[in-house]
Design a protein. Structure first.
Lengths: 283, 344
């Protein structure tokens, strides 16, 4: 782990996002993208079930990394290891290491609350809390100690604008979040994540419960957010992966079969099964 | 009837429509209607029993209602020799003992429900849940017996005697003593009744609250944890608001039980007037009555006529009190459920 950390320090931070280039090598070798998350030989078990097998992946900073694969391939499980969400499930076990900015997130001394503040998550089904829109957004800042009403007002407006929801809800901030449409609720959940100012945003099939129009808006949003956040998205929708991501990893039966630039994965994959999957022959 | 010709290629596994279905049968034609009628009768019988009970109680208490009117529930004398009947102290005793029971039971129940559903390690969960459900299955006379032989002596020596021998000095403590700890600590008392009731309703409130907490979608908890919330923040700020209406319902269920509980309370409450002119005392050490315990105590010796009628009216009042409490609970659940969504 320590050697990965020191490698990170030698890599200069990217000033601007590199142009995606089909001929570019995989991110790990790309000199201008700083690696944000590094998973090394990650194995994961639900009880006896071996859900992830020797996953090695390097997630570059300020890019969208898509994880695709058929149902049950382990992509969501892997995503949930990145903010230790799987800790909540009884009988799970992880070996190997995952580092965020060079620090092991499964280290004993690592505070999981702080990790989850740094690594936000958007879920498959919008899950607003049973509160007002305003309180939903303030939930995160408040539990992390921000009480100043003026500051909270600012946070609410900024994050709602950031999630492209402000114009639709600015007059009903103190109405129930449950009154919003599914797409609006999902954008609210994104705003809620933005409000704790994470570095990384994990998205677990964020559009699978939404109509095409809402999906389009959230994809646009990802494009806007990319400059400031590192995004990892799990998706069933291959067109979506192709549209929004710069890096794509293909999971199959708990293994990461191929990880490369999105354009490479979709136009010139080296793994046979990746090719079969992205061309729609199975899955 | 159409049958497949023998020389048709019926053997092909992909060939569709090989089965010959019978014509509409009796059960297809009438089954649903018969089923609906039977279930309707079943539910009608419940409704019928309630109405019948109310009618019978009203008829039986007719003489008493006619004679005493509202004074039956507003005055405090119950005197068989003079044929004067008033049940204000019984109503008070019922409400007060149930209130005491909830005061003790609600925090304990909600605490243990949270522990069981959110915090307890898996190996502890099942046995603890089982124990709590077992507690609910113990007959109330056993609670009463335990109360008399174990709880009362203990209460007397360790709680009541020390308190009544204390000498408070400041005004507030004096007032407190006057209101809540006056009277001789004989044992059978409001305190004993409230305590035994609380022990009896704890399993109900705990079990229902735990089920409600378990039913809260995991996505709610995960949403909170994913923002970096601690377990406490998640439970107190996300889980509880979501479960609010259900927990109110659970508490009301407990209250409903406490109001009607008879045997154990009869054994522990003393069944005598606390000796105040109104028959009402907030003192925890004084004996008292509840409507249920008064009924259980008096019906064996009741004389024909107005006495029996007055007893029946206790039943009627208790019937109404429990109905009102249950309706209030429904309303409360309805309004808090509306509130859960957070709208203002």
């Amino acid at each position: 782990m320590t050697n990965i950390a020191s490698q990170d320090k030698q890599t200069p931070p990217a000033l601007s996002r590199p142009v995606v280039n089909a001929s570019a090598a995989a991110t790990a070798n790309r000199p201008d993208a700083k690696s944000k998350i590094v998973a090394k030989d990650v194995d994961f078990y639900y009880g006896d079930f071996h859900a992830l097998k020797k996953i090695n992946i390097v997630v570059p900073e300020h890019q969208v990394t898509a994880l695709i694969g058929p149902s049950g391939c382990g992509k969501s499980t892997f995503l949930r290891t990145l903010n230790r969400m799987n800790d909540l499930i009884d009988g799970t076990r992880l070996t190997g290491s995952i580092t965020l900015d060079g620090a092991d997130i499964y280290d004993r001394s690592r505070e999981v609350v702080g990790l989850r503040k740094q690594v936000g998550m958007v879920f498959q089904k919008p899950n607003p809390f049973p509160m007002t829109i305003f309180d939903n957004i303030c939930y995160g800042p408040r539990i992390h100690g921000i009480r100043n009403r003026k500051l909270l007002d600012e946070v609410v407006e900024r994050t709602l604008r950031g999630a492209a929801l402000w114009d639709e809800v600015k007059d009903k901030l103190h109405k129930s979040a449950f009154a919003l449409s599914g797409g609006q609720q999902q954008r609210l959940c994104i705003a809620r994540v933005l409000a704790v100012e994470p570095d990384v945003i994990l998205m677990d099939e964020p559009c699978s419960a939404l109509d095409p129009n809402s999906t389009f808006r959230i994809e646009q949003l990802m494009e806007d957010l990319r400059g400031h956040y590192t995004i990892v998205i799990v998706t069933h929708n291959m067109q979506q992966a192709a549209r929004v991501s710069q890096q794509t990893g293909f999971f199959l039966r708990g293994e990461l079969r191929e990880f490369d630039d999105t354009s490479t994965i979709f136009t010139n994959p080296s793994d046979e099964e990746t090719e079969a999957y992205v061309s729609g022959r199975f899955g | 009837m159409t049958t497949t010709p023998i020389n048709a290629p019926a053997a092909s596994p992909a060939s569709p429509k090989k089965l010959v279905f019978p014509k509409a049968s009796f059960s297809i034609l009438y089954g649903d209607r018969i089923y609906a009628a039977i279930t309707f009768l079943a539910s009608l019988s419940i409704f019928g029993i309630i109405v019948w009970l109310a009618v019978q109680l009203s008829q039986a208490s007719g003489a008493s209602i006619h004679k005493f009117g509202w004074s039956y529930i507003t005055q405090s004398n119950w005197d068989e020799t003079k044929d004067i009947y008033g049940i204000l102290p019984y109503i008070f005793g019922t409400l007060y003992s149930s209130f005491l029971a909830l005061l003790i039971a609600v925090p304990i129940s909600i605490g243990s429900a949270v522990f069981l559903s959110e915090l307890a390690p898996k190996w502890l969960r099942t046995p603890m849940t089982f124990l709590i459900e077992l507690l609910a299955a113990i007959p109330s006379v056993v609670y009463g017996l335990w109360g008399i032989f174990v709880m009362l002596p203990w209460l007397k020596t360790h709680v009541m005697n020390p308190i009544s021998h204390a000498h408070p000095h400041n005004k507030f403590a004096l007032w407190l003593f006057d209101v809540f700890f006056s009277g001789n600590p004989y044992g059978p008392s409001m305190l004993a009744a409230g305590l035994i009731l609380s022990i009896m309703v704890i399993p109900f409130i705990t079990a229902v609250t735990r089920d409600i907490l378990k039913a809260i979608p995991r996505s709610q908890r995960e949403g909170s944890y994913a923002l970096g919330a601690t377990q406490w923040e998640t439970i107190s700020q996300v889980v509880f608001p979501y479960a609010k209406s259900g927990i109110v319902g659970a508490v009301m269920l407990g209250l409903g039980r406490a109001l009607g509980e008879t045997m154990a309370v009869t054994m522990l409450i003393g069944n005598q007037s606390p000796g105040t002119p109104t028959g009402i005392s907030f003192s925890l050490f004084q004996p008292g009555y509840t409507m249920a315990s008064a009924l259980a105590n008096k019906f064996t010796e009741a004389a024909q006529g107005i006495n029996t009628s007055a007893l029946a009216e206790i039943g009627l009042v208790l019937f109404f009190v429990t109905i009102v409490v249950n309706m209030a609970a429904r309303l409360l659940v309805f309004y808090t459920a509306k509130d859960v969504a957070g709208g203002k």
